[in-house]
Design a protein around this ligand. Structure first.
Ligand SMILES: [Zn+2]
Length: 113
């Protein structure tokens, strides 16, 4: 059986490597040209799996780009973006998942004003 000290050490190591891999995947999604969509799509899938396994936080810019239900990278052809009462509403056209961003009442703007 492992001592608690070595266990903690291995956990730290695992966290560090998983964060590194997360950064690499983010780099693939952000910096690789749109044409290689299959590669970016695979990276998005892997990123979600990695975050789930290691309980990492999703980087905010990518969290907004990817559908949370079917893990598809959203663009203008497979999603619909609307702004309503100060909220950003993103609808995935593949699985019809609706995401509302920014919703507290203090952020609302009434239509008449
Ligand atoms: Zn979707």
């Amino acid at each position: 059986m492992k001592s608690s000290k070595s266990l903690r050490k291995s956990r730290l190591k695992r966290q560090a490597t998983s964060k590194q891999i997360q950064q690499q995947l983010c780099h693939i999604i952000n910096d690789i040209p749109q044409a290689q969509s299959e590669l970016r799509q695979n990276a998005a899938h892997k990123l979600f799996a990695l975050n789930k396994k290691h309980r990492l936080k999703m980087p905010k810019d990518i969290g907004l780009m990817v559908c949370k239900k079917c893990y598809v990278i959203l663009n203008s052809t497979n999603s619909m973006t609307r702004i309503r009462d100060g909220k950003l509403i993103k609808t995935c056209k593949i699985c019809n998942y609706v995401r509302r961003i920014g919703g507290s009442k203090s952020n609302w703007r009434s239509r008449s004003a």
